[in-house]
Design a protein around this ligand. Structure first.
Ligand code: UD1
Length: 426
């Protein structure tokens, strides 16, 4: 089992370049199924979740060429002859279920393993299925799989557009329904849609394939179905969560860290919270920023995670690390996932003082953290452990780093590039 060994307390400086967004790439890969021709994706991050999505697409019969060096993936869906996302892959990566919308819409059927829970809580897909049903599909669950199909009418038309009101602005449900609606007949309206920038990346991608989608970035998205979509050539947007992670690294131990491709406007609420804490941030332009830790004491803040444009849940474990060494009492409320404080006990083993009260963490700032052996519970909690190790006195050993590999490209290399003392051992 690989581990990171971090010798903390170093002052870091230099440049970090943010990679392509995981949470966009995976959706664009799934959406490529909808095209009649080949699609080329650029700026694809070299992460484990992308490898899993390559496996999902290949299982379906899609031809996928991966050029790791140039960060390019070419996807040709013409060989698809299987409509199933199997349990081994869905269990590994929940986002595998995003092939459901494209397969259902293009081929009229799909079979996906029920995803089940994960380390951040129970994660339903009822809203995805309700959307498909409202577009005319039928489904049943049997032997751990959701079987979903649509009867084609005499004109060969499958799904039909409808008005879909989401009870919660789920990103996955919004994306699956958008993809399903692209080839449906007529107009689909999604009310209370998710508004994350990655949704806009998906709709720009689909529109470049010939789809007709409007309203992305708002909670009211309108899709006019078209008969077919072409392949396209598209560059994935930068990863906001990776940007937020490195912004926090800089707030913890940075001296003039420049972050390229930060697209800080996609993270405005997070950026404002860092400023409120007292981190020095200078905007260079809309893509690039410079950050230094403050010489003055940081101030405690209260944070509540919410769907975009609220504070992103994926950065909740990350900012909590900064709050552990911020004098005073900060309160972090998690509103999106039910079980996203599993990592807190690990931070407490490093000397943090955090108490959990339901879906709230009450953090009493301590002078400093001290290195200790800790575990990664999930992708973002794993990254949080690395950040804690960078800020701590002494040596920290982070185990289960396979979680971190799922979503951060060259994490330790990027950290070493700004002066961190981090190495991997087996
Ligand atoms: C995506 C991101 C993930 C991020 C999350 C919230 C990807 C690959 N993952 O996950 O990193 O943490 O958004 O910003 O893009 N829900 C239901 N029923 C549904 C769907 C969701 O109850 O049918 C609930 C979930 O259990 C969860 C909440 O809604 O509590 C948010 O889920 P959702 O926005 O769908 O997250 P994902 O798309 O799975």
């Amino acid at each position: 089992m690989e581990k990171f060994i971090i010798n903390g307390g170093k002052i870091l400086s230099g440049k970090v370049k943010i990679s392509g967004a995981k949470n966009s790439t995976l959706k664009l890969m799934a959406a490529s199924i909808l095209a009649d021709g080949k699609t080329t994706l650029r700026n694809v991050p070299g992460i484990e979740d992308v490898n899993t999505m390559v496996d999902v697409l290949r299982t379906l019969g899609t031809s996928v060429k991966v050029d790791t060096k140039n960060k390019v993936i070419e996807i040709d869906p013409k060989g698809i002859d299987c409509y199933e996302a199997p349990y081994e892959l869905v269990r590994k990566m929940r986002a595998s279920i995003l092939v459901a919308g494209p397969l259902l819409s293009k081929f009229g059927e799909v079979r996906v393993a029920v995803p089940g829970g994960c380390n951040i809580g129970s994660r339903q897909i009822d809203l995805h299925l309700k959307g498909f049903e409202e577009m005319g599909a039928k489904y049943f669950v049997e032997h751990g799989y959701i079987n979903c199909h649509i009867k084609r009418d005499k004109n060969g038309t499958g799904l039909s557009g409808n008005i879909i009101n989401l009870d919660f602005p789920s990103r996955g449900a919004t994306e699956n329904i958008i993809m399903a609606a692209c080839l449906a007949s007529g107009e689909t309206i999604i009310n209370n849609a998710a508004r994350e920038p990655e949704i806009s990346d998906l709709t720009s991608f689909l529109n470049s394939m010939g789809a007709e989608i409007q309203g992305s970035g708002t909670d009211h998205i309108v899709i006019n179905g078209v008969a077919n979509l072409n392949g396209t050539d598209y560059e994935v947007m930068p990863d906001s969560i990776e940007a937020g992670t490195f912004m926090t690294v800089a707030g913890l131990c940075g001296d003039k860290i420049e972050i390229e491709n930060a697209r800080w406007k996609n993270l405005e609420v997070f950026y404002l919270k860092l400023k409120e804490i007292g981190v020095n941030i200078s905007i260079i332009d809309e893509n690039n920023i410079r950050i230094d830790r403050s010489q003055k004491a940081y101030k405690p803040v209260n944070i509540s995670t919410l769907p975009f444009p609220g504070f992103p849940t994926d950065l909740q474990p990350i900012i909590t690390v900064l709050l552990t060494i911020t004098p005073g009492i900060s309160i972090v409320t998690e509103n999106v996932f039910e079980n996203r404080f599993m990592y807190v006990d690990e931070l407490n083993r490093m000397g943090a003082n955090i108490k959990i009260d339901g879906h709230r963490a009450v953090i009493k700032g301590v002078g400093k953290l001290s290195g200790a052996p800790v575990r990664s519970f999930d992708l973002r909690a794993g990254a949080a452990m690395v950040l804690a190790g960078l800020a701590a006195e002494g040596s920290t050993e982070v185990s289960d780093i396979n979680h971190i590999r799922r979503g951060y490209e060259d994490f330790e290399e990027k950290l070493r590039g700004i002066g961190a003392d981090i190495r991997k051992i087996n």
